[in-house]
Design a protein around this ligand. Structure first.
Ligand code: NAD
Length: 329
C-alpha cells in the first residue's frame, strides 16, 4: 500500500514516518501543498493525503482518476479549499479529520480573548518603550463579568464554551444544530442576540456560502457592547473592510485573528511584511488587533491526531472498509 502526503510540515515528518512503519505502508512526503502543478506526483500511489489551504480544483481530481486513485485524506477539519462536487464527479472520496483536538483551537481563542481583555498587547508595547504607566484607557473587566457569544457550537465552539464557562463567564451560543450535551455550559439563543449582548464574540462555523462575510457591517452595527471579536475559524467569515471600520469607529474594542481571508498567498511563508495586502497591513498596525499565522491547530496532540486519524481512515478505505469521515458522499 502506498500513500503520498502533500503539505507536510517539518513537525509532521517523523510522525508520518512512524505511522507508516507501524502500519507497513509506503509513504512519500511532499512539502508543497497539493495543487494542479504537482498533482502528477501522485501517479502510482493508492491514496493521497493533504493539508493546506491552496484551492484544489477539478483538474487535480481528474488526474487522480486517471491514476486510479479513489481517495483524498485531508489531515485537517476545514475542506473549504476543496471542490467537493468535482471530487465526487471523479469518484474521489474526500475524508477530513473532524475532531483532531478541538481543545487546541478553543484554547488559542480563549488565550487571545484574555490577552485582549487584559490589554496585554498595549502594556507590552508600553514596556518596550520603558513606559510603566496604566490609565483609564487600559482598565479591564474580569472574565466572569463577561458574556461570551459562540457562533457555531460544534466541536470547537463546544470546547470553547466548556473553557469560558469554567472561567465563570456567561456563555451564549447560536447554531442551527442543537446539542443537548452542551446545555450545562451555554445557553442557546439567536445570532442577533449574540451580537447585541456579548462582550466577547467567538466564531466557530465552517466557511460556507451561507457563512461567508457573516460578520459584515450589518452585524457590526448590531454589536452593542464594544465586544472583542475572536476569529480562529476562517478569515472569510469576516468582511475585512467592515472589520477595519468597526475597529476605527469603536464599535468593537479589539480583534484576534488567527485566520485571514485569502491567506493562501502568505500562509506559512517568511518575509511577507511588505507583500501583505494593504488592509492586513492596516490591521497589523492597530494596537488592539492580535494576528497569529493560522496556528490554532498547532499543538503536539493535534498534529499527532490529525495524522493518525487521516491515515488510518485512508488505510481503511483502501482496504475496502468504510469510515464516517467522508465529506462528499
Ligand atoms: P464543526 O462542524 O464541529 O462545528 C461547526 C458548527 O457550526 C456546526 O455545529 C454547525 O452546525 C455550525 N454552523 C454552521 N453554519 C452556522 C451558522 N450560520 N450559524 C451558526 N452556526 C453554524 O466544526 P469544528 O471542528 O468546530 O470547526 C469549525 C471550523 O474551525 C472549521 O470549519 C475550520 O474552518 C476552523 N478550524 C480552524 C483551525 C485553525 O487552526 N485556526 C483549526 C481547525 C478548524
Amino acid at each position: 500500500m502506498k500513500i503520498i502526503c502533500y503539505g507536510v510540515i517539518k513537525m509532521e515528518e517523523s510522525r508520518i514516518e512512524n505511522w507508516a512503519q507501524k502500519n507497513n505502508v509506503e509513504v512519500k512526503i511532499v512539502h508543497a501543498d497539493l495543487c494542479a502543478e504537482n498533482a502528477e506526483l501522485a501517479e502510482g500511489f493508492d491514496c493521497v493525503s493533504s493539508e493546506g489551504n491552496l484551492p484544489v480544483d477539478a483538474s487535480v481530481y481528474e488526474k487522480f482518476k486517471q491514476y486510479g486513485i479513489k481517495q483524498l485524506a485531508i489531515r485537517q477539519v476545514g475542506v473549504d479549499n476543496q471542490d467537493l462536487a468535482a471530487a465526487k464527479k471523479n469518484g474521489i472520496k474526500i475524508t477530513n479529520v473532524a475532531a483532531y483536538s478541538p481543545r487546541a483551537i478553543a484554547e488559542l481563542g480563549v488565550t487571545d480573548a484574555m490577552y485582549l481583555l487584559r490589554k496585554i498587547g498595549i502594556y507590552q508595547d508600553r514596556m518596550a518603550h520603558g513606559d510603566f504607566t496604566y490609565d483609564e484607557s487600559t482598565i479591564s473587566t474580569e472574565i466572569f463579568n463577561c458574556t461570551v457569544g459562540i457562533i457555531g457550537a460544534g466541536h470547537i465552539g463546544g470546547a470553547s464554551a466548556h473553557l469560558y464557562s469554567a472561567l465563570g463567564a456567561k456563555v451564549l451560543a447560536c447554531d442551527p444544530v442543537y446539542d443537548a450535551s452542551l446545555e450545562p455550559y451555554l445557553t442557546y439563543t439567536d445570532f442577533d442576540t449574540i451580537l447585541a449582548e456579548s462582550d466577547i464574540i467567538s466564531l466557530h462555523t465552517p466557511l460556507l456560502a451561507s457563512t461567508e462575510n457573516m460578520i459584515d457591517k450589518t452585524a457590526f452595527d448590531k454589536m452593542k457592547k464594544k465586544p472583542i471579536l475572536v476569529n480562529v475559524a476562517r478569515g472569510g467569515l469576516v468582511d475585512t473592510q467592515a472589520l477595519i471600520a468597526a475597529l476605527k469607529n469603536g464599535q468593537i474594542s479589539a480583534a484576534a485573528l488567527d485566520t485571514l481571508a485569502d491567506e493562501t498567498d502568505f500562509y506559512n511563508k517568511k518575509d511577507m511584511l511588505n507583500s501583505l495586502p494593504a488592509d492586513y497591513k492596516e490591521l497589523k498596525a492597530m494596537p488592539q488587533v492580535l494576528i497569529t499565522p493560522h496556528i490554532a491547530f498547532f499543538t503536539k496532540l493535534a498534529v499527532k491526531n490529525s495524522i493518525e486519524i487521516a491515515l488510518n481512515d485512508a488505510k481503511t478505505i483502501i482496504s475496502g472498509g468504510e469510515v464516517k469521515s467522508v465529506v462528499n458522499l
